[in-house]
Design a protein around this ligand. Structure first.
Ligand SMILES: [Zn+2]
Length: 251
């Protein structure tokens, strides 16, 4: 009996083992959100599927629909992002992107924008753009797609424009707070960091390179966004922890 099939363009998020010789592949599809499918025989030495089905790869698959998991019957590699794989820092940021998408993507979602966001983030990393700023832009946009868009212009609580020269920022409220809404959990944020976050969230990829930001502001922005990701996604940030280790080893 022929199984119904469909084409799916996707990015491979994760590859695990299944049974004796198969792999369980988690994909972020252009359609359908997160898709889990079986690559039969992909752990055998001469498997035609194994080479293309690596985490990070942009692929086009043919999926056969079954009552349990779909089966990947054919796969074509669109881009394996070699320039990202060859650089440990870029590769770790790419793993951070995959981790975040894996956390927020849902199965059987119609159109979330996650595939487009992930693909453009990976292209930005592959282009040689500053990987740290690429990551901050990705995190800001991912929070928005996941329903936790940060309020960076108006107070996250009452919506007024905070006129304070010393704005406060609250990861739990998801953005800046005006003086009257400011609570114990809010921290000081420099106006330059707020401006940089707005730019990274809204500028087109072509214009992102215009941003100039000092080391102190980079560290402040990194701390704020990490706090937001941990608070709203409630998951440890494994790839970023590894980046901390890399950074310490280099200084
Ligand atoms: Zn307020």
């Amino acid at each position: 009996m022929d199984l119904p099939t469909r084409n799916l363009e996707a990015i491979v998020l994760r590859v695990g083992e299944l049974g004796e010789a198969d792999r369980l592949v988690t994909l972020c599809g252009r359609e359908g959100g997160k898709v889990r499918a079986v690559a039969r025989g992909a752990r055998r030495p001469r498997s035609r599927l194994a080479g293309a089905l690596q985490p990070l790869s942009h692929v086009r698959c043919l999926l056969a629909h079954t009552r349990s998991l779909d089966i990947i019957t054919q796969v074509e590699l669109v881009d394996s992002f070699p320039s990202v794989r060859q650089d440990l820092t870029r590769l770790t940021y790419a793993e951070h992107f995959l981790e975040l998408v894996d956390t927020v993507a849902r199965e059987e979602e119609t159109e979330s924008g996650l595939f487009a966001l992930l693909l453009s983030g990976l292209h930005l990393l592959a282009s040689g753009f500053d990987p740290e700023l690429a990551s901050r832009a990705f995190e800001l946009r991912l929070l928005a797609v996941a329903g936790f868009e940060l309020a960076l212009r108006n107070c996250a609580s009452c919506g007024s424009v905070p006129a304070s020269p010393e704005p406060r920022f609250s990861p739990a409220h998801g953005g800046v707070l005006c003086p009257s809404c400011s609570t114990g959990g809010a921290v000081a944020v420099s106006p330059g960091v707020l401006g940089a976050m707005l730019y990274l969230k809204e500028a087109t990829p072509r214009h992102l390179g215009r941003l100039v930001i000092c080391e102190r502001d980079r560290r402040e922005m990194e701390g704020l966004l990490r706090a937001c990701l941990v608070y709203h996604l409630d998951r440890p940030l494994r790839a970023l922890k590894f980046l901390d280790t890399l950074r310490r080893a280099r200084t």
